[in-house]
Design a protein around this ligand. Sequence first.
Ligand code: C5P
Length: 294
Amino acid sequence: MNEPAGRTYEARAKINLFLQVLGRRDDGYHDLETLIVRISLADRMQIHALSDPDRFKTLSLSLEVVGEESIASTVPADQSNLVLRAASALAERAGIRGFADFVLEKRIPAAAGLGGGSADAAATLQVLNDLWNLRLDDGAIRHVAAEVGSDVPALLSPSAALARGRGERTEAIHVPPLRWCLVTFPFGVRTADAFGWWDGEGERDGGEARPDPAPLIHAASSGDPRVIGPLLTNDLEPAVMRRHPEVRAAKERLLGAGALGAVMCGSGPTVAGLLPPEGSALPPGAIEVRSGEA
Ligand code: C5P
């Protein structure tokens, strides 16, 4: 008889080294090109799961969210949580009868642009593929990931990834480890809002004059923070900063404190400052993290 299996897993956040919005599509999403790297800030998940159609008639999923109150209290534990959305989508794809119980220790702030929910979803798909003995190949997992959210396919990759389309077309690239510091905020920005603000202002903010990402991609693979720093860009920054001037102030503070470059993460509001390999004072309240493979 099959026995439930358990696993503890880390789901790491991401930073976007560049994010270009290429335009709005007929389906309401936006075509983009972005380069993400995974960072050491991570949620922890404990998963117990079993698939056994001989013993179970239905699928049962449960989720408990724990962790520091200021973060955990902002994360829903209901069906809107991407962990449960990912588990449901995978179960539906594979016709699972059994269960999966999750304890999610949140450390990545929600709606912060750090891809926390998407990283949790990507980890859920990978771990359940194993614990439910599904043996789905990468293409099939990627397909389910894209249904769950635009950022989820890129976060299946343990390292750096270039993402295109609405985010679902991904290519792994190697980026050597880098040191960063993060400035987070007590408020979040909804991804849909940031893209909506860009719709109103994107042309004015950058339009056709957007920089060529090739030099940054090249610099990122070389891993030299002094070359990468000045090339960091995010097309969603101006529209978010206009509504939240504290994001611009944080970027200026990081640069003033000796960061080699600073950029808003994803749809914001977190700002990441790229640090030299050693030294450099962090502004008060900033968190130091590393990017690169775990
Ligand atoms: O795919 P996901 O559910 O994470 O996206 C949330 C929202 O962000 C979408 O409903 C859409 O408004 C916006 N979005 C977008 N273009 C993308 C990704 C997300 O407009 N490439």
